[in-house]
Design a protein around this ligand. Structure first.
Ligand code: SF4
Ligand code: SF4
Length: 131
């Protein structure tokens, strides 16, 4: 997707230290033109997160840390990934605390059903096999 003309600016088009706000009207959840919800960065993605519900504890870490609000929660529980806006940064998978992880990054073309069937097993902690 090409950058819309009205967003094209010179390299110094913004004041130093300028903050690009996510919302025009936060109280109405109206996204600004600078926001990646309006201007999706999903076509940057070369890897995608896949979610495995069998291990999720609904801690919401992924929801908090996702920079593109692409982890969708409902009733404080993980609901789904918004692949229309996810840019594939991998932060959600990095912060997921379960063992094995409930979110893992795979190649963009990976088949979700196959990856779920071959999900990694729980990793033993150092010394656990001796106890
Ligand atoms: S990879 Fe995860 S953290 Fe990154 S944009 Fe996609 S859903 Fe959000
Ligand atoms: S960080 Fe992992 S365990 Fe926590 S809600 Fe997200 S997927 Fe589930």
């Amino acid at each position: 997707m090409a950058t819309p003309d009205h967003l094209l600016k010179d390299w110094d088009g913004f004041a130093l230290g300028a903050v690009l706000t996510s919302f025009e009207k936060p109280e109405e959840w109206t996204h600004s033109d600078n926001n990646s919800f309006t201007y999706s960065v999903a076509d940057w993605r070369v890897e995608k997160p896949i979610f495995n519900a069998d291990h999720c504890i609904h801690c919401q870490f992924c929801w908090v840390y996702c920079p593109d609000t692409s982890i969708i929660s409902k009733d404080k529980k993980f609901s789904h990934i918004d692949y229309e806006h996810c840019k594939g940064c991998g932060i959600c998978a990095h912060v997921c605390p379960t063992n094995p992880k409930s979110l893992i990054m795979f190649a963009e073309r990976a088949d979700e059903a196959s990856e779920l069937a071959n999900w990694p097993k729980k990793e033993k902690k150092a010394g656990e096999e001796n106890s």
